[in-house]
Write a protein that binds this ligand. Structure first.
Ligand SMILES: NC(=O)c1ccc[n+]([C@@H]2O[C@H](COP(=O)([O-])OP(=O)(O)OC[C@H]3O[C@@H](n4cnc5c(N)ncnc54)[C@H](O)[C@@H]3O)[C@@H](O)[C@H]2O)c1
Length: 453
């Protein structure tokens, strides 16, 4: 229906035009294109091809690094055989490859956006122009200007009746959904505080650009190291737990204050801190205390807790899946250090626990998206995803500047980290350049206070 309209028509020209539901015009098969064929993009394609409510086929792939494309293709082809129909002429390599891959789809098909977050908004804009349903990984923005742009694009997608999933898969976890219902029912009373920890053995470091590799390719391949590409480890790692707490609280925090530092970055040229400690303040004054650490040899924890006037809840136990959500009377929750401790022994303080084993939320998010696509149910997670991304940026900016940063200030912060991300070329310059000291700029709290670097 929209073929030919594509790019030329643009999003604004379609504003206000009600478009009927479309999927895979001439057959029941929903085709998929994969843009960004790395670990998660490939994982999302596996989840997509595993949905059981109708036939799916992967028909196009796009990346900028041949090795990533090849290993993703081999893995998917081995697992899914003829449901992967991506001959060499539909495997595209370049910064424009996403266009070629989406051009291979029909309106109503699905594109997976699995690149580093910096590329999300302009690839999403093209998907909207093409009338495609979208699954995009989190975070979906890294700064204020791209958040505003993404919110506008999300509204445009709704006007075109496109279905859009955002990879905050915990929202689709049946165990967390049941916990959310129970918290709304008052089973832990009023939430008075939340705590979340993402403390692991490292991450987000980067050495110098190796000889023979462009600086841009290097930065993209180490995107957790560079704020323009990912929002750093703060946005990329911590967004899930900040989002799940805000979901349990039914609100976004209004401000954040935070601290952190670079103790052991060594020769790494990245822009991250190796510790972050954040207080997020919700409208009623309730706080989320979030601790992130990327440091070897320290106590690790990857868990989320909510404390109420009548008891406590475990939102995450050991990473994202399984959730193993539980409710305790009182505030005494044992620390689960690793999977060797599972199954958890009986505990007289546990008043409810989601039954084990659980299906992965990475599969549920695709089951839910494809149910919406095939049955034409309203489905657009962009606003929620953009707000979660923005709230993550708010905590990061508070730590990086040493100031309290409010929701409104972050949304209106004019610093766009990579304003020309839609114009990058394989041999062109990277958005971040080395300083005269041979290092990339890093945040300096209290010194650089109106922007992060
Ligand atoms: N929901 C989750 O739990 C979860 C888990 C892991 C990663 N992610 C998200 O998925 C995204 C990708 O992460 P990953 O771990 O798969 O990284 P990755 O490096 O393994 O994959 C990214 C891929 O995108 C390619 N790429 C980069 N720029 C591109 C461009 N402009 N056009 C086309 N391809 C491009 C890279 O070459 C690479 O193959 C990130 O946003 C990350 O936060 C989400």
């Amino acid at each position: 229906m929209l073929s030919g309209a594509g790019k030329a028509l643009g999003v604004t020209a379609l504003a206000g035009v009600a478009l009927p539901h479309v999927h895979a015009a001439n057959s029941n098969t929903v085709q998929i294109a994969l843009v960004g064929c790395g670990g998660r993009g490939t994982g999302a394609a596996i989840n997509a091809l595993s949905v059981t409510n109708g036939p799916m086929k992967l028909v196009a792939m796009a990346d900028v690094v041949p090795a990533k494309m090849n290993s993703s293709y081999d893995k998917l082809k081995t697992q899914f055989a003829d449901r992967v129909d991506v001959p060499p002429e539909r495997r595209f390599l370049s910064f424009d490859a996403f266009r070629n891959a989406m051009d291979a789809l029909k309106p109503g098909d699905v594109v997976i956006l699995g690149t580093p977050p910096a590329f999300r908004w302009h690839q999403f804009r093209y998907a909207i122009d093409k009338g495609l349903n979208v699954f995009m990984e989190k975070p979906i923005t890294v700064d204020g200007p791209t958040t505003k742009r993404m919110l506008a694009l999300g509204e445009e997608a709704t006007r075109k009746n496109l279905k859009v999933g955002v990879g905050l898969m915990v929202r689709h976890c049946r165990a967390r959904q049941e916990l959310h219902r129970r918290i709304q029912d008052g089973q832990i009373g009023e939430i008075v505080a939340m705590r979340a920890y993402r403390m692991g053995q490292g991450g987000g470091t980067s050495g110098p650009t190796p000889a023979g590799v462009s600086e841009l390719t290097h930065q993209i391949q180490h995107f957790h190291a560079f704020l323009w590409a990912s929002g750093g480890v703060f946005s990329d790692y911590y967004i899930h737990q900040i989002d799940e707490c805000s979901w349990m609280k039914n609100a976004w925090p209004v401000e954040a204050h935070a601290m952190g530092g670079r103790h052991y970055r060594g020769d790494s040229l990245d822009q991250n801190f190796d510790t972050y400690s954040v207080q997020y303040v919700y409208p009623d004054g309730t706080r989320l205390y979030f601790d992130g650490r990327n440091m070897k040899g320290c106590r690790d924890e990857f868990a989320t807790y909510a404390h109420g006037t009548k008891g406590s809840a475990v939102v995450s136990t050991l990473s994202h899946t399984p959730g193993m959500t539980r409710i305790y009377k009182g505030y005494k929750i044992p620390w689960v250090a690793n999977r060797q401790q599972l199954p958890l022994p009986p505990d007289p303080n546990v008043t409810w626990a989601f039954p084990q084993p659980e299906t992965s939320p990475y599969q549920f998010e695709w089951d839910d998206l494809m149910d919406a696509i095939r049955n034409d149910k309203p489905y657009n997670e962009v606003k929620r995803g953009a707000e979660a991304s923005m709230v993550a940026s708010m905590g990061r900016m508070a730590a990086h500047t040493g100031r309290i940063v409010t929701f409104d200030e972050m949304l209106n912060c004019p610093h766009e980290f990579a304003p020309n991300v839609d114009k990058l070329t394989m041999d062109g310059p990277a958005p971040l350049q080395l300083g005269s000291d041979g290092r990339y700029p890093v945040p300096e709290p209290g010194i650089k206070t109106d922007r992060e670097y």
